[in-house]
Design a binder for this molecule. Structure first.
Ligand code: GLY
Length: 368
């Protein structure tokens, strides 16, 4: 049942292993990487309660001792105070240059632990053990690490590739439906950006996947990770193609800012709505057929996901304000907003050539 995707990055190459029961087998997988049979684990309090003991037992089976720090769950943890606490804790644990730090958790922990590993003693290796669907298909792979600044999300960080990723698909069973579906927003994104056949497959298999079918879950994670690995191998530091992974994100970041990064909108929900809006914009610009945005929205609806602005609870600001918030996106280059648009399902591309009035009309209609 298990799949391995190789991320071919020369001396920074690594494997992403996807399948059930990997937490319990983590020791055997990590043992070949270390001389000292000891690892330091960064996690959050929620994940620790659910999975830390399984990991401890899995490591102990290979004679590896574990020491762990559980930080508070939530986006606020991706900040200097928690980051410095994590780095100082790792130093207190006497983590050395040849040791390995383990990130057990979702995107917040993966990003923070990866960044901590990148600066600790000028860089130590780390293993990602992602526990959310979003982290398994996106944030644990590709080496983007960091924390948020008061000025914006992910503005402080480093590219630091993990040495191994263990995506245990069994842990997905402990996610709430809402969190699972938010992660699914990123899965849909892969089909929409580069693989129409995968999108067809998701239309057919999405409901089974959401109901918990393990083989379908593994296949969806593996296909997503393979796409990400291919893109990262072509463009590790986002000079070009890697920006395609931001399909839906320009709209999403404006919506997240407008809802103050609160529980009103999870990141993956914003990505799904953002993808629907990116296809609507592409269709209005005559780039793709009118059926494409309808098909995107229909699939999101079938999955019980948010797909319209009206699905976000509470008031949203007007279209002009949302457009301003899009202008603060970090993908702005030389003052120009870059969009990921599509010539059809599976055919995304990056462009700065988007008339503002068309974006404004898409937002105005979406708000009405
Ligand atoms: N999450 C987008 C990227 O890794 O580039």
């Amino acid at each position: 049942m298990e799949h391995t995707v190789h991320v071919p990055l020369g001396d920074r190459a690594y494997d992403v292993t996807i399948g059930p029961g990997l937490l319990g087998d983590a020791g055997a997988r990590i043992a070949p990487m270390i001389k000292r049979k000891r690892v330091a684990v960064l996690t959050d309090e929620n994940v620790a309660a659910l999975h830390l003991e399984t990991l401890r037992a899995g490591l102990a089976r290979a004679g590896i001792e574990m020491t762990a720090l559980a930080l508070p769950a939530g986006e606020a943890t991706k900040s200097w105070p928690h980051f410095s606490r994590a780095v100082e804790w790792l130093l207190d644990q006497k983590v050395e240059r040849n040791d390995v730090v383990v990130a057990l958790g979702g995107g917040v922990i993966g990003d923070l632990a990866g960044f901590a590993a990148s600066v600790l003693r000028r860089g130590v290796r780390f293993v990602q053990i992602p526990t959310s669907l979003l982290a398994q298909v996106d944030s644990s792979v590709g080496g983007k690490t960091g924390i948020n600044a008061p000025q914006g999300k992910n503005l402080i960080g480093a590219f630091h590739q993990p040495s191994l990723v263990l995506a245990d698909t069994e842990v997905l069973g402990t996610l709430t439906t809402r969190d699972f579906l938010a992660g699914y927003g990123e899965v849909v994104k892969y089909g929409l950006l580069g693989d129409a056949v995968f999108f067809d497959w998701l239309e057919a298999n999405g409901p089974k996947l959401s109901a918990g079918d393990m083989a379908t879950r593994i296949e969806a994670v593996a296909r997503s990770v393979q796409m990400k690995a291919d893109i990262v191998a072509r463009d590790e530091t986002e000079q070009g193609d890697r920006a395609l992974l931001n399909l839906g994100h320009t709209f999403c970041h404006a919506l997240e800012a407008a809802t103050h990064y609160s529980d009103r909108l999870l990141h993956g929900e914003g990505v799904a709505i953002g993808c629907a809006l990116a296809f609507e914009l592409s269709s209005r610009l005559g780039l793709c057929s009118q059926e494409d945005p309808s098909r995107v929205r229909a699939h999101l609806k079938d999955m019980g996901m948010k797909c319209d602005l009206s699905d976000i609870p509470g008031e949203l600001p007007d279209a002009e304000t949302l457009l301003d918030l899009m202008g603060q996106d970090k993908k702005v280059l030389d003052g120009q907003l870059r969009f990921i648009l599509a010539r059809g399902i599976g055919q995304a591309f990056v462009t700065a050539d988007v008339p503002k009035d068309v974006v404004l009309s898409v937002l105005t209609d979406a708000l009405s």
